[in-house]
Design a protein around this ligand. Structure first.
Ligand code: ZN
Length: 283
């Protein structure tokens, strides 16, 4: 995972094997240890039928139950691929990391974006994929998100972002950080057009993504127990040298403190969006 804002060494949040769903016929929920048919988990929209734990899922899985027909009618920025201006080498050269990610996930970048509809209501949407270099925002992710807002303005259409990210993409250095300003600026232009922006947090929505466009939604919805913040709890704890409150930076804590408007289980999310979009279309 690439997170510009974390302390050196291990990042404060990372893909937890606990949150990943094993392949195969059976799947065990590592939160409650119950074992289920994989199919049952899928029918439950990748949440545990027993303890309601929300597994991390891909952007395409998210689209499958949120959008009509489970897909975009028109994709935005599909051919955009990142460059390597810094010739960055971490454990391996950045282009190789990108190539491996593309092979593994079948998508070009951590963000997919496009036009679609939810129960007939047109929306422009971007979705991040945590399995793609931690859903980190580099120049391509930032550009796609910016195009989403621009298309929203062109089409006079609500924008929805589904966020899952460790933050900015360190392999792109300052070009990555610039995406925070770029996406926030265009989200501001979109807002001044009087259009509605719904931001959805999934676990985790952190750092550069949270501190830019993801936190600017007119309505912020979160999946239960999603971690959302700027620096991670471990970094904050080390910095201020104090114990953090129970549930710090989790969705329920953030809702209690006014940062998140609605917590919705994945199973109720589409219905909730239909309700909101219906209100908006009446106005
Ligand atoms: Zn469970």
């Amino acid at each position: 995972m690439a997170n510009w804002f974390d302390s050196p060494g291990k990042p404060s949040i990372k893909t937890s094997t606990k949150a990943d769903i094993p392949d195969g016929l059976w799947a065990k929920c590592d939160n409650c240890n119950e074992v289920f048919y994989q199919k049952v988990i899928e029918e439950n929209l990748w949440t545990c039928p027993e303890c309601k734990f929300h597994f991390r899922i891909s952007s395409r899985q998210y689209m499958s139950f949120l959008l009509d027909e489970g897909k975009f009618t028109k994709e935005i920025g599909r051919t955009l691929i990142p460059k390597d201006p810094l010739e960055f080498i971490d454990t391996q050269p950045y282009p190789k990391r990108i190539g491996d990610m593309q092979k593994k996930t079948g998508i070009n970048e951590a963000c997919i974006a496009g036009e679609g509809s939810i129960s007939g209501h047109p929306v422009i949407m971007s979705l991040l994929d945590f399995s793609c270099i931690g859903g980190s925002m580099g120049s391509v992710v930032g550009e796609k998100v910016a195009r989403v807002f621009k298309r929203g303005i062109q089409n006079r259409c609500p924008v929805i972002t589904v966020n899952a990210s460790g933050g900015a993409r360190m392999q792109e250095g300052i070009l990555s950080l610039m995406q925070m300003a770029k996406t926030s600026a265009i989200a501001g232009v979109f807002a001044r057009e009087g259009l509605i922006y719904i931001s959805i947090f999934t676990d985790p929505t952190m750092a550069g993504v949270m501190a830019s466009y993801a936190s600017l939604g007119d309505i912020i919805i979160s999946e239960p127990n999603a971690l959302a913040g700027f620096a991670g709890p471990r970094v904050i704890k080390q910095t201020i040298r104090e114990e953090l409150p129970v549930g710090f930076q989790r969705a329920e804590f953030l809702q209690k403190h006014g940062f998140i408007d609605i917590i919705s289980s994945r199973k109720n999310l589409r219905e909730l969006l239909v309700k909101i979009l219906s209100y908006v279309s009446i106005q």
